[in-house]
Write a protein that binds this ligand. Structure first.
Ligand SMILES: [Zn+2]
Ligand SMILES: [Zn+2]
Length: 125
C-alpha cells in the first residue's frame, strides 16, 4: 500500500507550503508598504534608511492584520515608538473617559435615599 504513504507526504507538503505562504504574506505586506510609501514615520516624520529601516513598522489603520488591500489604504508606516504609542493611546483614552464618569457617580451616591434615610432614622429629642 503506497497510496497512504503518498497521501501523508502530500499532506505534509501542503502544510509546509501553507506555512511558507503565511510567512510570505506576513513579510509581504511590510515589503509592499515600504515600496508604496516613503520611508518616513507617519507621526514623528523621522526618516528611516539602511539599518534603521528595521525600526519602521506597518500599522494597520483598522487594527486588522489580515486586511491588506493592495493600494495600501489600511497601512501606515510608523516607527517602533510611534507604533507603540498608537496602540496604547486608545486604551488610555478609554480609561480617562470612564474615569470622570466614575467620580461623578461618587457624590451623587452621597445624596442617595440612604443619606436621607439616615437623617430620618435619628431619634427625635
Ligand atoms: Zn515615529
Ligand atoms: Zn499597529
Amino acid at each position: 500500500m503506497t497510496n497512504s504513504d503518498t497521501d501523508a507526504e502530500h499532506r505534509n507538503n501542503l502544510v509546509a507550503e501553507m506555512r511558507k505562504e503565511e510567512q510570505a504574506r506576513q513579510n509581504g505586506y511590510r515589503e509592499r508598504a515600504l515600496k508604496l510609501f516613503p520611508h518616513v514615520c507617519g507621526r514623528c516624520t523621522r526618516e528611516f534608511e539602511g539599518k534603521k529601516l528595521r525600526e519602521l513598522t506597518v500599522h494597520h489603520r483598522d487594527h486588522n492584520h489580515d486586511y491588506n488591500p493592495p493600494d495600501g489604504s489600511n497601512w501606515e508606516l510608523l516607527c517602533l515608538y510611534c507604533h507603540d504609542h498608537e496602540h496604547t493611546r486608545g486604551v488610555q483614552e478609554q480609561r480617562s473617559s470612564s474615569g470622570p464618569a466614575d467620580r461623578q457617580d461618587g457624590p451623587s451616591l452621597a445624596h442617595s435615599p440612604f443619606a436621607a434615610l439616615g437623617k430620618q432614622l435619628k431619634p427625635p429629642k
